[in-house]
Design a protein around this ligand. Structure first.
Ligand code: AMP
Ligand code: MG
Length: 327
């Protein structure tokens, strides 16, 4: 089976082609263009969707060329139907619908967050992990039970990605800023005490964001270091509780923030204490990309022969714990 996956939930427009043989998937191509707002500003949905419209045909043709296939070789097309920004989601859906209806290819709407998890599992080999999904749109701890991902903990306000991006923007970086903060944090080891807020299995970052903004003036690198240490320690505590509770023997981190080395370092220590194996999505595939959507579409195709065009919805808020997984 050869699938095409289209991602357009937020800043990234991406198309990917994967060939599935049995349980194995080989990524033949994954092409992306990322919308970058002006420095200090967040994603503007209209501008991001304009970026996606302008780049969609070049990303699609580059993706097919790199995979050395034509549209006629495709067995299915899948697209991220949510959660995400409405104007951005619609671009991916329109491209997918056009291909599906003109070339008569089965079409699959995919939940973006499930895409992060499924690709993470494929690329790391994790079988039955506790999943930490940390991205621009999510901060969630999840375990799979009775055909659904169950949430064991999540953020009560902003996500870990939003914390990093909003803090980075207040320093003048352009979103997404996680990498800039990681680089600055590496230049410091001076810790300022900041609000640490874990409530049961949930975390809250908004107080931490305001307090860290107030110490930027002292030293930017120290502020980044202190922010990372505090936020990642909170996440580590929540992971530790969930590992004790679920007794999972694997932890998998997915989502754009999974690219952060300090976060992995701290979570590796947690896993050691719990005798659990540590897995992290490879950096190139941690953040949003077409491969996540493509692979999930291919998995769906094991149990479903696509949906009708009338059913090709987009939903801005589509929680992953409402999705029934039958494959
Ligand atoms: P996603 O929504 O999955 O594409 O993830 C995007 C988020 O990942 C943004 O909030 C980025 O700032 C964040 N991110 C990307 N690279 C890093 C990094 N090296 N460290 C921390 N956060 C990162
Ligand atoms: Mg994402």
């Amino acid at each position: 089976m050869i699938g095409l996956g289209i991602e357009s939930t937020a800043h990234t427009f991406s198309c990917a082609v994967i060939e599935k043989k049995g349980k194995k998937g080989k990524i033949l191509s994954d092409v992306r263009k990322i919308y970058r707002p002006p420095e200090g500003e967040g994603i503007h949905p209209r501008e991001a969707s304009r970026h996606h419209i302008e780049n969609s045909s070049i990303v699609l043709s580059d993706c097919l060329r790199e995979a050395k296939i034509t549209i006629k070789d495709l067995d299915l097309v899948s697209y991220a139907a949510g959660p995400g920004l409405g104007p951005c989601l619609r671009v991916g859906a329109v491209v997918a619908r056009s291909l599906a209806s003109y070339y008569k290819i089965p079409i699959y709407p995919v939940n973006h967050a499930i895409g992060h998890i499924e690709l993470g599992k494929l690329l790391t080999g994790a079988k039955n992990p506790l999943v930490l999904l940390v991205s621009g749109g999510h901060t969630m701890l999840l375990a799979f039970l009775n055909k659904q991902w169950r949430v064991f903990g999540e953020t009560l306000d902003i996500t870990l990605g939003q914390l990093l991006d909003q803090f980075g923007r207040s320093m003048g970086f352009a979103s997404p800023c996680g990498k800039n903060i990681e680089e600055l944090a590496q230049k410091s080891s001076k810790y300022f005490t900041l609000p640490y807020s874990v409530k049961g299995n949930d975390v809250s970052f908004s107080g931490l964001l305001s307090s860290t903004k107030s110490i930027i003036k002292k030293n930017k690198a120290d502020a980044c270091f202190s922010l990372q240490e505090t936020a990642f320690a909170m996440i580590s505590e929540a992971v530790e509780r969930a590992l004790s509770f679920t007794r999972k023997k694997e932890l998998l981190i997915v989502g754009g923030v999974a690219a952060n080395k300090r976060l992995s370092e701290m979570l590796k220590d947690v896993c050691k204490r719990h005798n659990s194996k540590f897995f992290v999505a490879p950096q190139r595939f941690a953040g949003d990309c077409g491969s996540q959507i493509c692979w999930t579409g291919l998995l769906e195709s094991q149990v479903k022969s696509g949906v009708s065009l009338e059913e090709t919805f987009v939903t801005q808020s589509w929680r992953l714990d409402t999705v029934k997984i039958n494959y």
